[in-house]
Design a binder for this molecule. Structure first.
Ligand SMILES: Nc1ncnc2c1ncn2[C@@H]1O[C@H](COP(=O)(O)OP(=O)(O)OP(=O)(O)O)[C@@H](O)[C@H]1O
Length: 346
């Protein structure tokens, strides 16, 4: 009763604190914030003073003047810079709490299943320091499965593969619990890096990670085109032979080649999961197939390649970038009935 009253007076929220993007779902209001996990700061007297957060800070990556730095405080799905991450969470919380509430919020926050107890405590602590009255953690693939409308209550395995910026989580849910999970430190960031390395090696062209991400989103594909080189786009970078800026044409076939290793790693993680799980569960997956969530699921033909190499049905969830936050939001809205699926306290 008292808890319910507190809930009515506070702005409770669910946060998908991602390596690439942070999304916030506010109880009763839906997804209210969707911004890159980037912070720009200046250091004054040994303290990092925030200059910009989110979309504004992302524009500054790689372009900051002396004395200022723009960084991504999350790496591989966990906090890499505690001080900056806390400031980022604080700033996002303040952004969604439009009117001042007297009662601080209850916050559900997502963690990768591969996060260690120390990393889980760091995320828990940073949300508390950012002003939460109560913090609960939820495993990312569980949130993704709920957000993708998978039947997690049934006594039958449902497999989700959540491909984020820093991690890929392969998990099977049954009877409201995770029965198998595997987290690999492979995701969209490694794909961007692979594009940078390929162009450096094969074309003597040095480009930044933001350009690589743009190439991936515009013409990226997990499958080498059957005929010819596919579409091409113009890309600017530095010519490594003579050090001057140059423009070059990058084709779909080149990008597909550069993405072969990251794509294979994702396929391998799924195959290892299928080999390691009990046969009853594997039989369920053969029937129901695999659902892809996370931004990486938007890479063209990734579903096709996974289908070819696993011989299982593969589908991409609706709005894959929002599955995790929507799933956590569903738990937040029905907290009393769904709190059993939260991760254990740290
Ligand atoms: N159309 C697209 N094609 C390929 N990749 C894409 C596309 N759109 C977004 N991405 C990639 O998806 C990734 C971000 O996904 P998402 O927001 O699910 O990750 P995250 O939750 O921040 O990361 P993590 O779960 O690892 O902490 C980025 O690497 C981005 O480049």
């Amino acid at each position: 009763m008292f808890g319910k009253l507190l809930g009515m007076m506070s702005t409770d929220m669910a946060i998908d604190l991602g390596t690439a993007n942070t999304l916030v779902y506010v109880k009763g209001q839906g997804v209210q914030l969707d911004e890159p996990s980037v912070v720009a700061y200046v250091t004054q007297n040994g303290r990092k003073v925030v200059h910009a957060v989110g979309s504004e800070a992302k524009l500054m990556l790689g372009k900051t003047p002396f004395g200022m730095e723009a960084i991504r405080p999350m790496r591989d799905g966990v906090i890499a810079d505690f001080e900056v991450a806390e400031e980022m969470i604080k700033s996002f919380i303040q952004k969604v709490m439009k009117k001042r509430s007297l009662i601080s919020p209850l916050i559900i926050i997502c963690v990768p299943t591969g996060a260690t107890p120390v990393e889980r405590r760091a995320i828990h602590q940073s949300a508390l320091m950012a002003g939460a009255r109560q913090v609960h953690l939820i495993d990312e693939p569980m949130a993704a499965a709920i957000g993708a409308n998978l039947p997690i209550d049934e006594p039958s395995g449902s497999m989700v593969v959540d491909i984020g910026g820093g991690t890929t989580e392969v998990a099977v849910m049954s009877l409201r619990g995770i029965v198998y999970s595997r987290s690999v430190r492979m995701g969209g960031d490694k794909m961007d890096e692979a594009i940078v390395n390929f162009l450096r090696r094969e074309e003597n062209l040095l480009i930044g990670e933001a350009s690589a991400e743009r190439i991936k989103k515009e013409i990226g594909t997990a499958k080498i085109p059957d005929n010819g080189n596919g579409m091409s786009i113009e890309v600017r970078g530095r010519d490594l032979m003579n050090g001057v800026p140059k423009e070059a044409s990058v084709s779909e076939a080149m990008v597909a080649k550069s993405l072969q290793d990251p794509v294979s790693e994702i396929v391998e993680a799924v195959k290892q999961a299928l080999e390691a799980m009990p046969p009853e569960l594997a039989a369920d997956i053969v029937d129901k197939g695999i659902v892809l969530t996370g931004g990486g699921a938007l890479l063209r033909n990734l579903d096709v390649v996974l289908k070819e190499r696993t011989q299982l049905p593969v589908t991409v969830a609706d709005d894959p970038l929002k599955c995790v936050v929507k799933g956590s939001g569903i738990v937040l809205e029905d907290f009393e009935n769904m709190k059993d699926i939260l991760a254990p306290d740290v």
